[in-house]
Design a protein around this ligand. Structure first.
Ligand code: FAD
Ligand code: A2P
Length: 380
């Protein structure tokens, strides 16, 4: 039997052991915690240089052999691009609370003898609060006045923005569109598209419900020495007009402090010469920037392709296969496709043939370009 004194003495004798165990646990935990903090710090400092490094590769005139060739830098580059685009404004105005913009001007872009109706329409944004800002390559939604056959308000239609963020007047408070009136025959009757007819008919001073902006697919790269290949049919020129203004209009260059040094190549498809859109501006850019701008037209109902059929932009792509693929092999080259959905298979076929001539496989190359954020498509 233990006496009370013995029990107390035994208990006291265990105290150093308990302190020892407690001290061991504490130091081990601290060491691990410190190691974790160190590791995290190292990872962070290792990850940081990736961004400037990649940008440097794109910005300098580095010979091709010095550019990264592996898959992983390309994937990182796409992530970087997405990160950069996080600031691009979207959905400032939604269908339930659209902005009512005032029409400033609405005029035809077509010459005598052209087919159909295509208008350039500008809206005033200055009263929007929050301000409806946007960047080149985005779209806005238009909600046509009136109701559908079910008595419900018409749904919005999207239109590519044809102006730069500074607007046609460079004051930064307007947005412009390039709209073709949809017209087709059904059972012997001419059907007019709801929204495109509404837009082509509106007058200066009219109020129009606007939503957006939306879209990050057609944004331009930041690099001044990027090459921009543009494949457009009809109103598909809209985003391209904004890019070209950003590149070649003196006031734009000044305002953006962005001096385009790459090559811009526009393939433009129109049914007739009288249907060519923004032609005077494009000719001026050709005169002012012969080293930086190339303009190839496919006028379907006036020119014939090698097979004697209508000349489409994909036929022009084939004619220029070698030069085009030399550009595409350069990591600084982006390709933008906009306009008729129907052109996509034709473009794909032409790119396949053009790639073959260079010993390349388009079905492998296209997803790579897409993954690298260099293949941009908006067709409708
Ligand atoms: P609707 O009244 O909506 O009629 C269209 C419907 O008519 C079709 O859905 C189809 O059911 C039917 N239809 C059409 N053609 C035929 C035919 N030949 N035979 C039988 N039925 C037919 N348009 C531009 O003009 N400029 C742009 O910059 C532009 N950018 C766009 C950007 C994006 C991202 C998208 C998605 C579309 C863009 N569009 C642009 C197209 C635009 O959104 C409208 O679809 C177009 O103006 C037609 O709308 P609507 O209201 O006039 O026609
Ligand atoms: P076409 O209508 O002669 O067949 P717009 O929008 O002003 O009508 O211009 C569209 C242009 O795109 C026209 O020249 C039209 O030719 C052409 N086009 C039509 N279908 C295709 C297609 N599948 N691929 C490429 N271009 C096309």
């Amino acid at each position: 039997m233990y006496s009370q004194a013995k029990v107390i003495a035994g208990g006291l004798a265990h105290i150093p052991v308990v302190i020892g165990v407690f001290y061991f646990i504490l130091t081990t935990f601290n060491k691990r915690a410190l190691k974790f903090v160190e590791e995290t710090k190292t990872k962070k400092t290792e990850a940081k240089p990736v961004e400037p490094q990649k940008v440097t590769v794109l910005k300098t005139e580095a010979p091709k052999t010095e550019a990264p060739k592996t898959e992983s830098p390309k994937t990182e580059s796409l992530k970087e691009v997405k990160k950069k685009h996080a600031d691009v404004p979207v959905n400032i105005y939604r269908p339930k609370t659209p902005y009512e913009g005032t029409v400033i001007e609405n005029y035809s872009l077509l010459k005598e003898g052209a087919i159909g109706r295509v208008n350039h329409i500008t809206f005033d944004l200055k009263d929007s609060d929050p301000f409806l800002n946007y960047v080149e390559g985005q779209s806005i939604g238009i909600m046509p006045a009136g109701e559908d056959t079910n008595g419900k308000p018409h749904k919005l239609r999207l239109y590519s923005i044809a102006s730069t963020r500074h607007g046609d007047n460079f004051n930064g408070n307007t947005v412009s569109l390039c709209v073709r009136q949809l017209q087709y025959e059904k059972d012997g009757e001419t059907i007019n598209g709801v929204c495109s007819t509404y837009l082509c008919d509106i007058k200066p001073g009219d109020k129009v419900k606007i939503t957006g902006p939306v879209g990050k697919e057609m944004l331009l790269p930041d690099e001044e020495d990027a090459n921009i290949v543009m494949l457009a049919t009809g109103t598909g020129i809209a985003p391209m007009r904004a890019y070209l203004r950003r590149m070649f209009e003196a006031t734009e260059k000044e305002k953006n402090n962005w001096n385009f040094k790459g090559k811009a190549w526009l393939f433009m498809g129109a049914p007739k010469s009288a249907n060519l859109l923004y032609e005077e501006d494009l000719q001026r850019y050709l005169t002012d920037y012969p080293e930086n701008f190339k303009y190839t037209k496919a006028i379907s109902r006036e020119q014939q392709n090698a097979k004697g059929g209508r000349m489409y932009i994909q036929d022009r792509v084939l004619e220029s296969a070698n030069e085009l693929f030399n550009m595409i092999e350069d990591e600084k080259t982006h390709i933008y496709l906009c306009g008729l959905k129907g052109m996509e298979p034709g473009i794909d076929e032409a790119m396949t043939k053009a790639a073959e001539e260079k010993g390349l496989n388009w079905s492998e190359l296209r997803p790579q370009l897409k993954k690298a954020g260099r293949w941009h498509v908006e067709t409708y």
